[in-house]
Design a protein around this ligand. Structure first.
Ligand code: UTP
Length: 420
């Protein structure tokens, strides 16, 4: 039996096709499909589709962009670095610091069968990406005499596998009570004709709602309250796929604390004018990351007198948020704007068969964490070296692949050993 409420809901939003195969699927499939439907906010999805398809025009506003100040780590004196590290170290020792890893992405480009964090890039001992991060946090916890609470964001798609992986590996030696997994929201994908995609007769194609979903998920999962209860003051939020990510850097923490800003980030100099990265700037006076798809050629190539890029500081998911700043975003609903991507996704065709398109066929909606920066008047940016802080694992081969990340990891280790 299809509940009348659901039938009416689907009719109201023109999504009756979601139950077209209801008669053909088994009990379990029916229950799953109905529960997916019950979890969808159709009003929101319909609004997102109308904007994505251009049926509803977004108010276009002229913005004023300006460069944003930054501090280059290279120009800091030894004494300044030591002083920041001392301040940061004290915060960590007092239990005022937590780390958060966003691991809810689908890792489609890598094409790994399982959560991206379980991937082994082929280092000696074969640590997974999760184990590499865990090792860094274990080391810092030991150094500062305080276990760093570690929050790990998953998605409904990979939550069970992620937890099972940690369990199977004894949580890599990390105190289990100090790791908290929490699940981000999902949004259905919508075909270009406005119909929500069924990728099986009994299943709606949903995708994680982007790394910007972290704020809403922190609130709904109770993790934000857990941070408050633990007396956390600063939270580092990073991705799972940068093998050189310093999740607990006392320099960044001390630098942020002393800056007076509520948020901080590390940046890297972009390689060339059109590298596919977002760059920091100020938009209408507020910190902002302008995506490479949004930036004008003129802005992308604008230079200072010394030839350096005016908008040259790339955002690489290396952000530190004060607990007040997280509170500010979550209390205002945690909702950031959604960006639209046109993606290829499997669907059920007119004959009821599973089809794989050759071209993008549906919209995917994702929120980006850096859209939260606009909530604040300032951001403290610390420019660091790419070689020692950024080795992403994005693609199967070539640039930003397991192979390039492994090479950078090993080169960095060699440099560190030489400096010791
Ligand atoms: P990316 O945007 O590079 O996505 O995520 P991805 O899922 O790893 O890979 P593709 O684009 O599908 O190939 C950067 C970081 O943000 C996390 C990812 O897990 C990764 O650590 N992320 C991304 C989430 O936690 N949730 C999301 O919805 C999206």
């Amino acid at each position: 039996m299809i509940p009348e409420k659901i039938e009416n809901l689907l009719k109201k939003y023109g999504q009756e096709h979601l139950l077209r195969y209801f008669g053909e699927i088994d009990e379990e499939g029916r229950a799953g499909l109905l529960s997916q439907i019950a979890g969808i906010d159709f009003e929101r999805v319909s609004g997102l589709f109308l904007t994505a398809s251009g049926a509803v025009q977004q108010e276009s506003k002229e913005h004023k962009y300006e460069p944003v100040p930054f501090t280059d780590k290279k120009n800091l004196s030894k004494e300044a670095i030591e002083a920041y590290e001392k301040t940061g170290g004290e915060i960590i020792s007092r239990g005022g610091f937590a780390a958060l890893t966003m691991a809810g992405g689908q890792g489609t480009r890598l094409g790994h069968n399982g959560p991206k964090g379980t991937y082994d890039i082929g280092l000696p001992g074969h640590p997974s990406l999760f184990e590499i991060q865990c090792g860094r946090l274990l080391e810092a916890s030991k150094k500062y005499g305080k276990t760093i609470p570690w929050y790990i964001m998953t998605s409904r798609e990979n939550d069970a596998d992620t937890k099972a992986f940690f369990k199977a590996h004894g949580f890599f030696g990390y105190p289990e009570e100090d790791i908290k997994f929490f699940v981000q929201n999902m949004l259905p994908m919508v075909a270009f004709d406005g119909k929500i995609v069924l990728d099986r007769k009994d299943h709606i194609k949903e995708g994680a709602d982007g790394h910007g979903g972290v704020f809403a998920a922190l609130k709904s999962s109770g993790c934000y309250d857990d941070m408050l209860k633990r007396g956390v003051k600063w939270v580092f939020i990073g991705g799972i796929d940068n093998v050189l990510l310093k999740l607990c850097d006392p320099l960044l923490i001390g630098f942020a604390e002393k800056s007076g800003a509520k948020i901080a980030a590390k940046s890297l100099v972009k390689r060339d004018a059109h590298e596919g990265v977002g760059v920091f700037c100020k938009r209408d006076g507020k910190p902002y990351v302008i995506e490479y798809t949004e930036i004008s050629d003129e802005m992308a190539d604008a230079r200072r007198g010394d030839g350096s890029f005016l908008y040259g500081d790339a955002h690489v998911l290396c952000n530190l948020f004060s607990i007040e700043s997280i509170g500010g975003v979550v209390e205002s609903g945690g909702g950031l704007p959604y960006h639209v991507a046109r993606k290829k996704t499997q669907y059920i065709d007119a004959n009821g068969n599973i089809a794989t398109p050759e071209k993008p066929n549906a919209y995917k909606f994702e929120a980006f964490i850096f859209d939260a920066f606009e909530y604040f008047s300032d951001i403290a940016i610390l420019r660091v070296d790419r070689e020692s802080e950024f080795a992403p694992v994005k693609n199967k081969e070539g640039e930003d692949s397991p192979e390039s990340a492994r090479r950078m990891y090993e080169e960095n280790l060699r440099r560190e050993n030489e400096q010791r």
